[in-house]
Design a protein around this ligand. Structure first.
Ligand SMILES: Cc1ncc(COP(=O)(O)O)c(C=O)c1O
Length: 423
C-alpha cells in the first residue's frame, strides 16, 4: 500500500499509487479476467505495417458505407424535436416501451412465436444483455459450458463473474451434445452447479457453424433434464445468405429454460449499442431487479423505434444478406484461387466470418507476419481459454467490414505470406 503522510498534507493526497498497490486492491473478479484481445473491445484494429494499403479482416463490424445514416439522422432529429423530455431523461430498467413493443412484434414474426414487450429488456448491445444475465444468475464457482472456441468477449465477461468456464467442442453442425452431456455429468459428480450452456447457435463467432435441428432438440432435452439454462446468443441470426437457420432455441423451448440475446449491432450498426434479452417475463423481471445503469440510451432507443416502425429495417436487412453473401464469396473464392495448398475451410451459410485452418505454418506466426505485410486478422487462439496451446492452426477472417475489392485481393496477399513462411 502507498505510504501516507499521516498529517493529511497535500503531498500525501497527491501521492502516486504503484502498479502493485493497485493490484492489491483489485477485486477477485478483476484479477480473474485478463486484458483481452482487441477483438473483445470490438474496435477496428491495426497492427504496425509498412504497407500504406492494409487489408483489415479483424472485427465483427458491419459494412460501413451501407449503414442507414440518413434515416437515423432524420429519426434522431424528430425524436429530439417531438420527444425532447423523454429522450433527454433516464431510461428505466426495462428500456423504452415503444421499442420493446416493436422488437416483440418483429421477433414474434421472425421466430414464429407470440412474445410481448414483457419478454424483453433492452440493453447496451448483447454485451450489456450478457452482463445483466451474468449478474442475475452466476454465483462464483458456478460452471458455464461454452463452445470451444467461442466469442472471447462473452467468455471474459463470465470469468469476470467468477464462473468456471468449461469448453465443449463445436463442429460444422454446432456444439457436441455428447460433449455437453459429459461436461454436465462431470460437473454434477464433482458437486458443482452448472448454470448455463452458452451457445452462438447461428453463424457462430468465430467458426461460422450453425447448429442443426437435431442437436437443438437434443440440447434442449438434455438441459431440461439437468435444469440448466440455455443462453442463446443470436447476434448473427438474421444475416443468413440463402435459407434462414433452424428455429430458435427459445422458440423450440416454448419460451422456457432459454434466455435469448439479440442485438441491432450486426444488422444495423455496433455504435447504436442497442440489444436485448428475450425471455419469459419471470426472467426479465429478475434481470431488471439486479440492473443498475439507470436505463441505457433513451434517445437512440426512440430513434430506433421510429426506424423499425417505418418499415425501413426489413429491406435493409435483405440488402445486407445479399451484400455479406457477396463478400463471403469474394474472400472464399480468392483464398481458393491463391491459397489452395495452404488452407482448409467450410463456407458459412451466414454471418461475418471464415474460420480458416492453416496448413504448414502456425497461426500465431502467420498472423504476425501477415500483419507486417498489410493483412490483418486475429489468430484463432484468441477464442480459446488456453490460447495457442489449445489451437495454433486456425485464423478468423472477417469479411463483413472490408470492401469487396480488398476481399478479392486478400487471397493473393495471404499466399505471399504463406510462401514466405512455408518455403
Ligand atoms: C457472438 C457475439 N455476441 C455478442 C457480441 C456483442 O455484440 P453487441 O454489439 O450486440 O454487444 C458479438 C460482437 O462481436 C458477438 O460476436
Amino acid at each position: 500500500m502507498a505510504e501516507h503522510n499521516g498529517d493529511g498534507s497535500a503531498s500525501g493526497m497527491t501521492q502516486k499509487w504503484a502498479d502493485s498497490d493497485i493490484r492489491d486492491v483489485l477485486s477477485e473478479s478483476a484479477k480473474n479476467i485478463g486484458a483481452g484481445s482487441p477483438t473483445d473491445a470490438g474496435r477496428r484494429w491495426r497492427l504496425p505495417t509498412e504497407r500504406e494499403d492494409p487489408i483489415v479482416l479483424a472485427g465483427g463490424i458491419p459494412d460501413m458505407p451501407t449503414v442507414p445514416v440518413a434515416d437515423f439522422q432524420e429519426s434522431i432529429l424528430a425524436v429530439l424535436a417531438e420527444e425532447t423530455e423523454d429522450a433527454m431523461n433516464y431510461g428505466g430498467w426495462l428500456g423504452f416501451e415503444g421499442l420493446r413493443e416493436s422488437v416483440a412484434k418483429r421477433q414474434s414474426e421472425i421466430e414464429g412465436i407470440d412474445v410481448t414487450p414483457d419478454h424483453f429488456i433492452m440493453h447496451n448491445g448483447s454485451s450489456g444483455a450478457l452482463d445483466n444475465v451474468c449478474k442475475a444468475f452466476i454465483n462464483p464457482g458456478d460452471v458455464v459450458i461454452v463452445e470451444r472456441p467461442s466469442f472471447s468477449g462473452t467468455v471474459r465477461s463470465m470469468q469476470g463473474y467468477m464462473a468456471e468456464i468449461v469448453e465443449v467442442d463445436i463442429d460444422k453442425d454446432g456444439i457436441s451434445v455428447d460433449g455437453v452431456r459429459q461436461a454436465l455429468a462431470e460437473a454434477t459428480a464433482a458437486g458443482k452447479t452448472v448454470k448455463f450452456v452458452y451457445t452462438i447457435a447461428d453463424y457462430h463467432n468465430p467458426t461460422g457453424a450453425t447448429m442443426n435441428l437435431e442437436r437443438r432438440k437434443a440440447l434442449l432435452e438434455l438441459c431440461g433434464e439437468y435444469n440448466v439454462l440455455v443462453l442463446e446468443d443470436a447476434a448473427y441470426t438474421e444475416l443468413y445468405f440463402d435459407d434462414s437457420p433452424p428455429p430458435s432455441l427459445f422458440a423450440m423451448g416454448g419460451g422456457e429454460g432459454v434466455l435469448r440475446m439479440g442485438s441491432f449491432s450486426k444488422i444495423i450498426a455496433t455504435g447504436l449499442r442497442s440489444g436485448w434479452v428475450e425471455a419469459a417475463p419471470r426472467y426479465t423481471e429478475a434481470l431488471a431487479r439486479v440492473r443498475f445503469d439507470m436505463g441505457n440510451n433513451p434517445l437512440i432507443q426512440r430513434a430506433l423505434t421510429r426506424y423499425v416502425d417505418s418499415g425501413a429495417l426489413e429491406p435493409h436487412v435483405e440488402n445486407m444478406r445479399d451484400l455479406y453473401r457477396q463478400k463471403c464469396d469474394a474472400l472464399a473464392n480468392s483464398l481458393e484461387e491463391f491459397c489452395e495448398p495452404y488452407v482448409r475451410f467450410n463456407r458459412p451459410e451466414g454471418g461475418f466470418f471464415l474460420w480458416v485452418e492453416c496448413i504448414g505454418v502456425g497461426a500465431m506466426e502467420l498472423t504476425q507476419t501477415a500483419a507486417r505485410e498489410g493483412l490483418m486478422f486475429p489468430a484463432g487462439a484468441f477464442f480459446y481459454r488456453d490460447g495457442a496451446e489449445a489451437d495454433d492452426s486456425h485464423v478468423r477472417l472477417a469479411f463483413s467490414n472490408a470492401p469487396i475489392e480488398e476481399l478479392q485481393q486478400a487471397g493473393q496477399r495471404m499466399r505471399d505470406v504463406f510462401q514466405m513462411l512455408v518455403d
